[in-house]
Write a protein that binds this ligand. Structure first.
Ligand SMILES: C[S@@+](CC[C@H](N)C(=O)[O-])C[C@H]1O[C@@H](n2cnc3c(N)ncnc32)[C@H](O)[C@@H]1O
Length: 391
């Protein structure tokens, strides 16, 4: 089931319509996809993929980790501690943690098999101080239990949400607007061959469901116009490539505005950027995963254990902020995930009315931490990173 997080621009009635459309969208995908659609549209076969040169052997770092100095400061690892890196990615944060103190063990989770193969390499280099775990946040409790890691035994957790550069830069993964590739976007790669990819979403869902996804996960003001263009275009040919989708979206705007939007560094951003973000979040069920992951950290951490969470867009940051503030996120509605309107009260956790009982986070710093200017200059992709830290 999908839950609609972050519907910041909607009124309650529009939101409930959008919410039911999203629920319907997830259901429609589940029940309407012949496996041939999935196989047809998601690009290279496993065989083709495994023949490709690994990004880790090419010499350059596969992903530049964000706010390493700040993470190391707040995570404050001591010799002999056990750390859970929920998002191993290219292993940049894990490597920094391993170098921080003696005998630290890192449990390295990632849903992407490509990331886990790097974790396995690192485990060999560090005499098994790295324990790779292939899976999603929602699978973490089972994975830890299989390893006999007891609840309440982890000293610190790092969760660096979103996509890695290995995913974004590899045209074949289908995340990239600028590099043509199959419209895939599944972080799990081929782990779940029946899981719908982005091409399945754009070629299968009805116009209203598509518009709801663009509103909910892209905060896209022109969602209806874009959804209509997608439905028109796919009548002629299925949309199976990233640049094909980018052109369809661009074609629904006057030519002069294709790069009229600006990113945080005031650089021109393609008008399909939000569409790509929305599809990626939907395909990977990212916000539900994030919420489940945060709840899992509560179970995994020792009392007094440290949690560092980095997010890259406002939907995620809002969720993390409210989770750490102890709000009850178990019943999702607009009240929880849109910016509060004046006069509405914060809902606090109550012991009876929540799945997060007895949880009390202490903020190590109440204000969100963002990368320093110099870091953004060297790593523009990290520009929208937001770090929140709690005990
Ligand atoms: C921003 S990258 C992490 C980069 C990493 N900190 C580094 O230093 O290289 C995010 C990673 O989290 C993984 N990821 C995202 N959502 C996940 C989930 N629900 N479960 C497990 N891994 C997830 C992605 O596959 C990706 O590799």
């Amino acid at each position: 089931m999908i839950m609609a997080f972050g519907l910041s621009v909607c009124t309650i009635s529009v939101w409930s319509k959008t919410h039911s459309a999203l629920l319907k969208a997830r259901g429609m995908l589940r029940f309407s996809l012949p496996s041939s659609v999935v196989n047809f549209s998601c690009g290279s076969s496993l065989d083709e993929k495994s023949k490709k040169v690994s990004p880790f052997t090419s010499g350059k770092p596969p992903h530049m980790p964000v706010m390493v100095k700040e993470v190391l400061h707040y995570i404050d690892i001591q010799p002999g501690q056990v750390v859970l890196d929920m998002t191993f990615g290219g292993g940049g944060h894990t490597k920094a943690i391993l170098n921080m103190a003696h005998d630290v063990t890192v449990l390295a989770l990632d849903r992407d098999p490509t990331a886990i193969s790097l974790a396995q390499q690192l485990a060999k280099e560090h005499c098994d101080r790295v324990k790779p775990l292939l899976g999603r946040f929602s699978e973490l409790e089972a994975l830890l239990s299989n390893m006999n890691v007891k609840p309440g035994s982890i000293d610190a957790v790092l969760l660096d949400a979103g996509c890695s550069s290995m995913q974004l830069d590899e045209a074949d993964r289908g995340f990239s607007l600028s590099k043509d590739g199959p419209l895939d976007m599944r972080m799990d790669g081929e782990r779940y061959p029946d899981m719908p990819c982005a091409a399945d979403v754009v070629n299968t869902l009805d116009q209203q469901a598509l518009a709801s996804i663009l509103v909910a996960y892209g905060e896209e003001r022109h969602a209806r116009k874009i959804a209509s263009a997608i439905v028109e275009a796919r009548r002629i040919n299925p949309i199976t490539r990233t640049q094909q989708l980018a052109s369809v979206v661009a074609g629904s705007f006057p030519p002069g505005v294709v790069y009229a939007r600006k990113d945080r560094l005031q650089r021109p951003a393609h008008v399909a950027t939000k569409t790509f973000q929305a599809l990626r979040i939907f395909v990977n069920d990212e916000l539900n995963e994030l919420h489940t992951g945060l709840c899992a950290t509560r179970t995994a951490l020792k009392p007094g254990g440290r949690l560092c969470v980095i997010t890259f867009h406002s939907l995620e940051d809002r969720l993390v902020k409210r989770f750490l503030n102890g709000e009850d996120l178990s019943n999702l509605d607009q009240y929880h995930f849109s910016p509060r309107t004046k006069g509405t009260k914060k809902k606090k956790l109550s012991d009876e009315n929540t799945d997060c009982k007895n949880l009390h986070w202490v903020h190590l710093r109440r204000k969100v931490i963002t990368p320093e200017k110099d870091e953004v200059k060297n790593n523009p992709r990290g520009r929208s990173g937001k770090l929140r830290v709690a005990l």
